[in-house]
Design a protein around this ligand. Structure first.
Ligand code: HEM
Length: 543
């Protein structure tokens, strides 16, 4: 029986490949080039991917594989199963948009994430997704998300923290601060609760260690740190599971690695949801028909359903979807300010000309600031907060239009990992300066025309029916914060000596091709993109 297992796997794989080759021929389509590893099941490739995620520049392994095969879509065939990777704008268009109905998140996604994301929007498929999206859509209408009062409160607290550090002549971990800023803003918007994580003790310069994503205090953790650590641990484990492919359940045979984190996250949410449901009941008993607050997502959800568990999951989904993504965008913008002072100056000029040193932006002023939008676009181009988005094809084989007049055969139940990060850096689409941070490109007719005719060459918010529902909210939040930031600070200096040990890019990166040779930080992925060890910067006040 020991020999029967590998024999069965090899035979099944052989039959699969033969069937796919035949089907592709019948449909007059091309087989997606298959990676030829040295070990059975391409186990060497799986190990190479896992190692690269830990040690190399972000998605280096995928970029290398595309280069080695000279293509933009590849089948890695990990553990004898189809696993596509693509940075082809036409394939991404099909998966997200024109062929939307032929894909879902897939069984493997659900195995990895169901325990944490449950019935929430980010995690759902089919009718559950349709209902969740239709329920949430009116809430994200323009008039609700253009109320900037929350951003004003949280921005002021955040800026005061940077100011006080700066007056002491010390740097601050912007990534940590942005996570708190977006968590406090999101929690007010989503649950109507001021979590006020900005008022909890900050990490102290020089007294930090490398955490799962950013910096963690060397000594003692607070309840907030425990919650954040649990959220981050889940992100780390689920990302590792995706790189381990089919074998992750085997590696967790004796212990589910998110088992301890989930109760911490749920216990954090429990009292918030319970309070809202009790308030709903109280209002009902006294004959009040209206919701507690029109502008709070939890109240809105509670008016639509009594399913407490679903509401809890929905909140976790929105919290995860909104916090780290927007925090990543803001972190990378400040990183670029520190690397490109001229961009920071030009943006400051635009802001001060439009609003002076104090006035808060409105929805309309934000729209009118073209350079601000260019800076956000450019940061999301080079560092899309979600650098990889996966889908699985349903039960029918597909013919997918790809670039270069090709049509690819896609087998049923195949995982496809789309890679906006690599797509956004393709020289053939973005030009020879694709790896450079140059917001001016967004003001040039050539770029705008290209993006208009090839919209899927830029998709930081994904596309099609599942495009990010919080896109407007995120751009308003980020735009608002940057305006306030540059009204008070004139420049930022990256302070590598304060980064925790093991978080800086290795010396060998210097001079390497692409962004790898330019980077002063170590960009890494745990669900969302982040800077390993945080981003310690010193802000110079305009005084
Ligand atoms: C810069 C910030 C953001 C970026 C780059 C971003 C990007 C994305 C992307 C790429 C997706 C598609 C993911 C997938 O289908 O697997 C997505 C989905 C989603 N985003 Fe965002 N997002 C951001 C901010 C936000 C905010 C602020 C919220 C909520 C207030 C939010 C809520 C969601 C939700 C609920 C989904 C799932 C939508 C669905 O499946 O129908 N996002 N986001």
């Amino acid at each position: 029986s020991v020999f029967a297992i590998p024999l069965y796997i090899s035979a099944r794989s052989y039959v699969d490949l033969w069937t796919h080759d035949k089907a592709a021929k019948r449909l007059n389509a091309t087989i997606v080039p298959r990676v030829q590893g040295r070990w059975p099941g391409n186990i060497d490739i799986a190990l190479r991917v896992a190692k690269s995620f830990k040690e190399e520049y972000v998605f280096q392994v995928f970029a290398d594989l595309f280069r080695e095969y000279g293509v933009t879509t590849l089948n890695m065939r990990l553990f004898w199963c189809d696993q596509m990777i693509t940075m082809d704008e036409n394939v991404i268009k099909f998966v997200s948009s024109t062929g939307f109905l032929h894909f879902d998140k897939g069984i493997k996604w659900h195995e990895r994430l169901d325990k944490i994301l449950g019935t929430g929007l980010l995690n759902s498929d089919g009718d559950l997704w349709k209902t969740g999206r239709a329920t949430a859509r009116p809430f994200f209408a323009r008039q609700r998300i253009s109320d900037f009062a929350i951003f004003e409160r949280t921005s002021t607290t955040t800026l005061d923290l940077i100011t006080s550090r700066c007056r002491d002549g010390l740097p601050i971990d912007i990534q940590d601060l942005m996570s708190r800023f977006t968590l406090d803003s999101a929690s007010e918007f989503l649950f109507g609760v001021k979590l006020d994580t900005l008022s909890l003790p900050l990490t102290v310069p020089g007294k930090v260690k490398l955490g799962p994503k950013g910096s963690l205090p060397i000594d003692g953790i607070t309840e907030f740190d425990e919650f954040i650590e649990a959220l981050e641990h889940v992100a780390v484990v689920t990302t590792q599971r995706s790189t381990q492919g089919e074998i992750w359940p085997l590696l967790e045979l004796f212990k589910d690695r998110v088992e301890d984190s989930i109760p911490i996250i749920m216990n954090f949410m429990e009292p918030i949801v319970k309070r809202t449901m009790a308030e709903k009941q109280r209002r009902k008993d006294t004959g009040v028909e209206t919701v507690a607050s029109e502008n709070v997502f939890l109240d809105y959800l509670a008016s639509k359903t009594d399913d407490v568990e679903h509401i809890r999951y929905e909140l976790v989904n929105y919290l995860i979807a909104s916090r780290d993504t927007t925090a990543a965008l803001l972190t990378f913008v400040v990183y670029f300010f520190s690397m490109h002072p001229a961009v920071c100056d030009r943006l400051r000029d635009e802001i001060l000309a439009a609003l002076g040193p104090e006035e808060c932006p409105t929805y309309d002023t934000l729209r009118s600031m073209k350079y601000l939008r260019s800076v956000l676009n450019e940061a999301l181009r080079l560092f899309p907060s979600l650098p990889s988005i996966a889908r699985t094809s349903l039960d029918t084989p597909l013919v997918i239009p790809a670039s270069n007049q090709q049509a690819f055969y896609f087998p049923p139940q195949a995982l496809v990992r789309t890679l906006p990060l690599l797509l956004h850096r393709r020289h053939d689409l973005w030009g020879d300066d694709a790896d450079e941070f140059r917001p001016e490109r967004w003001l040039e007719t050539a770029t705008m025309e290209k993006v208009q005719t090839t919209p899927f060459m830029y998709c930081p918010f994904w596309g099609g029916p599942r495009i990010c529902i919080g896109q407007e909210f995120a751009l308003n939040e980020a735009g608002f914060f940057i305006v306030k930031l540059l009204q008070r600070f004139k420049s930022f200096r990256f302070m590598p000596s304060f980064q925790p040990v093991g978080s800086l890019p290795p010396k060998e990166w210097l001079g390497k091709a692409g962004r790898q040779g330019l980077e002063k930080i170590f960009p890494a992925v745990n669900m969302t993109l982040h800077s390993k060890g945080g981003l310690w910067v010193y802000g110079a006040l305009d005084e």
